[in-house]
Design a protein. Sequence first.
Length: 297
Amino acid sequence: MNETELLADRFEEHRGHLRAVAYRMLGSLAEAEDAVQETWLKLSRTDAGDIHNLGGWLTTVVGRVCLDLLRSRTVRREDPLDDTFVPDPVIRPLTRTDPEQEVLQADSVGLALLVVLETLEPAERLAFVLHDMFAVPFDDIASILERSPAATRQLASRARRRVQGATPSAEPDLGRQRQVVDAFLAASRAGDFEALLAVLHPDIVLRVDSGALVAGAAASKLVRGAKAVAEQALMFRQFAPLAQVALVNGEIGLLNAPDGQLQSVMGVTVVDGRITEMYILADPDRLAGLELPGALG
């Protein structure tokens, strides 16, 4: 085995971690893969003998690559990010076969947090993700941002306040999440408006991201309040019998995939026995790029 192959093997040991960092930074699975690949290219052009801590070096590099992507995204975007945007969900069967690898899975971060991260400035997002999620020292993050460690610490603190203020303490138990989601699904299938109201928080927020080309009742929308969300559920009740329960970013969610063709993915946030947030991705172009596990096809 030559040096390039040895280096590639060492890189593969860190790929899952780098993908997790990039996904949190970008909220896009395709862009996260691109960032990881770009990190490998940078490593392959570097004298690895001068790298004393490969994991730390790779984390720093992928963070810098993601920062550049976020800044480029901000420059290209003429308007602020739409309130209906839903990050790429990661879908898993309810059963896990390799629990030791969960720490490296991208779906260990919930959609609620990813939505909030999208509202942060690129530098804030980098400081928060690298420090609070991956324990990267502020000195290392400061070198990426070309700011002082003190200024970098302030960025992370500001981002942390935004995150804590916008993400409620959700139900951590998958069994209790499942009970709530099952109740919502049963009420939707039965067309039971009152049962829907009982499982939805009065201030629930529904985000539907159908992309730019879908129009009419199925178009992207932001809906607030239990009554309005229940009405939406009844409007689309014909799809409820097709729904499958799955893990969506590590939490109980629903997907519609008739004949193995993914048509929508719904993630939810459950707090105190009620659904407080719903995130539905129904953009055909983005759904086509998602991986649907064989057990769910």
